[in-house]
Design a protein around this ligand. Structure first.
Ligand SMILES: *[C@@H]1O[C@H](CO)[C@@H](O)[C@H](O)[C@H]1NC(C)=O
Ligand SMILES: *[C@@H]1O[C@H](CO)[C@@H](O)[C@H](O)[C@H]1NC(C)=O
Length: 596
């Protein structure tokens, strides 16, 4: 303003000061005289009071609400190793690799925006859209924290603005999966809020939380995991199911607890703590004490009847959330450590096996146990099936081993992570299939024995009713690499668990070979799954390079929410999302840990 002379500037400044002083004193005094309470919390938007899920009446209100714990948080041992030293060339390579991961993410994001904006998923071959998760923009919400961490500020701002308009009171789905909604949407919002402190994200987390809270509106306050949402909207009375997957009820704890920590409203914590109490009380009463069976009853609160015990699909995150709850709450709830230690003692003893490999690798794979009591005590039988999904276990045992000082967990973790890396390399495209069988070594020597392997192949083929008495013919027909006795599910669906464990293990050990393995996995995955628009799940990773692995035209939101985030973080600065300050939910959304 060049026309204003110095004196008049001073005059304007004086008037402004007086005006501000007046406004300040008048607002202060009016606050003091009328409302002595603190200002409303940041998440309580003007719409909150009239939000559908807030106002919908509750049929079975809880009689009492457990408060959040108030004891001082513990100081846990460090998880991350000291930052490794790095030559200028190594730095250059690392940053180039980080950029390469970001480039793949950016391409997928641009295509999602262009072809499937606010849909749950982009169809990465046809350019169409899919809405399997309520139609609430699952990919957008799952990607918020990745955008933030990759420093894509304009895209993040645009995504937050779009997320603010998602309407959680409408869906075309008949049945909502409460677990998936919790880990992807609630977890996505909480993490993006923890990272960015943008209040709009906490408001959205509360909206999702208010909706999900109605899935707990049953006589015993246990949740309905596959939830008929329109009946709930109509105010109908509901009961919890008698048969459900243990992972779907047992791994809601992190998100609900974080929501209570951030809002200071304990009702979500109370909802999940009731489940934890029941599971803790029955943990040692199962056929394989320490582990819970795959199927449990929420209606009767029975978590101990059943004969199948796995850390794989449909159970995995129950175990994952035990040490992670300890990390999240600063150890304020000792029950989680106790449950973790009891579970891992059993899993290490019964579920892990060393497979026979041509190079006699010292690796472990986690299988499934069938336990049955036919009178003379429980007999546990190992089913030596590996799953890509179980690769999370190496990262989990690393975390639990470090937090609670358990060397046996760290030893098993190293061999499990090596097992996942080995399995990637053993397949012709450098990618692990969804499921596979291997031959457990008969003894601790584990020397390669081609004849035993072929016998194992024949036995598996017989089990699968693909009878043949010629092992070589089966090996060639099914394209079985040496060591594998069967590969029932040949897909790779852009899963994160292997790189997740490599990332956690790398941060805990600073072992540079893990960073190299990560890069090999990334280039292999990118080479096989890239489409014109993005990346796609493929049908058959046993087909050699040069043949068509078969594009499935599917890109689940975890590709951008988890897989690419973990790849990126392997090549990030050492303290970028340090495991000593953050803990990841099962959808790779980092939450801030409660620290002393
Ligand atoms: C990923 O795949 C795309 C498509 O084939 C390719 O253009 C890109 O260079 C690849 N990136 C890396 C790091 O290999
Ligand atoms: C279950 O057994 C383990 C180990 O035997 C023990 O540490 C734990 O306290 C037991 N849990 C319960 C609830 O009794």
């Amino acid at each position: 303003m060049p026309l204003i002379r110095p004196r008049s500037t001073a005059g304007i400044a004086l008037i402004t000061t007086l005006l501000l002083l007046y406004l300040w004193t008048s607002s202060t005094s009016s606050t003091l005289s009328t409302t002595p309470s603190s200002p409303p919390p940041v998440w309580r938007t003007p719409q909150y009071e009239s939000y559908f899920w807030t106002t919908l009446p509750t049929n079975y209100p809880p009689k009492q609400i457990r408060p959040l714990p108030t004891t001082s948080p513990l100081k846990f041992p460090r998880i991350q190793a000291a930052s490794p030293s790095e030559s200028p060339e190594a730095l250059k390579t690392r940053l180039q690799r980080q950029t390469a991961v970001k480039d793949v993410f950016s391409k997928c994001w641009a295509s999602y925006k262009r072809h499937a904006w606010k849909a749950d998923e982009l169809a990465p071959v046809s350019g169409g859209q899919k809405n399997p998760f309520g139609g609430w923009a699952a990919t957008l919400v799952d990607s918020l924290d990745t955008l933030y961490l990759m420093d894509m500020k304009p895209e993040f701002d645009e995504a937050v603005a779009a997320a603010a308009s998602i309407d959680f009171t409408k869906t075309d789905l008949d049945e909502v999966n409460v677990f998936e909604t919790t880990i992807r949407y609630l977890g996505g919002f909480l993490s993006a809020y923890d990272l960015s402190a943008d209040a709009r994200l906490l408001s959205k987390a509360v909206e999702v939380g208010e909706m999900l809270y109605h899935a707990f509106d049953t006589p015993n306050r246990m949740p309905i995991t596959r939830w008929a949402i329109h009946a709930a909207m109509a105010g109908k009375k509901q009961v919890a199911p008698a048969g459900l997957l243990v992972a779907e009820i047992g791994s809601l704890s992190m998100e609900f607890t974080r929501l209570s920590m951030l809002t200071r409203d304990p009702k979500w914590f109370d909802a999940v703590q009731r489940i934890t109490e029941g599971m803790a009380a029955q943990q040692n009463a199962t056929a394989l004490p320490g582990l819970w069976p795959l199927v449990v009853s929420a209606q009767d609160e029975i978590y101990s009847v059943g004969d199948t015990f796995t850390l794989g699909a449909m159970a995995d995150s129950v175990y994952e959330y035990l040490p992670k709850m300890s990390a999240l709450t600063g150890g304020q709830l000792p029950v989680y450590r106790e449950m973790y230690e009891a579970a891992m003692a059993t899993a290490l003893k019964h579920n892990l096996f060393r497979p026979m490999t041509p190079s006699n690798q010292d690796i472990l794979v986690a299988g499934t146990v069938k336990a049955a009591d036919n009178g003379g005590g429980v007999k546990a039988t190992l089913e030596p099936q590996g799953q890509h999904l179980v690769c999370f276990l190496g990262g989990l045992l690393t975390l639990g081993g470090k937090l609670f000082g358990r060397q046996q967990d760290l030893d098993a973790a190293r061999r499990l992570v090596d097992g996942c890396v080995w399995t990637y390399k053993a397949l012709p495209r450098g990618i692990m299939p969804e499921t596979f069988y291997m031959l457990p070594c008969p003894s601790s020597t584990c020397a390669w024995d081609e004849a035993s392997w072929k016998k194992g192949v024949l036995a598996r083929a017989k089990d699968a009713d693909k009878a043949s008495d010629d092992a070589d013919a089966i090996i060639s027909r099914d394209r079985l690499p040496k060591g594998f006795t069967s590969i029932p599910d040949r897909r790779y669906i852009l899963r994160p668990e292997a790189i997740e464990s490599v990332f956690v293990s790398y941060r805990a050990t600073a072992n540079p070979s893990l960073m190299e393995s990560a890069w090999e996995m990334f280039t292999a995955i990118n080479a096989t799954t890239s489409t014109r628009l993005a990346n796609s799940a493929v049908w058959d990773v046993t087909r050699p390079i040069g043949e068509d692995p078969g594009m499935a035209d599917s890109m689940e939101s975890f590709w951008m929410g988890e897989t690419l985030k973990y790849f990126y973080l392997v090549f990030a600065a050492w303290d970028d999302v340090s495991l000593d300050e953050w803990v990841f939910n099962t959808e790779a959304h980092p939450f801030r840990r409660l620290l002393p």
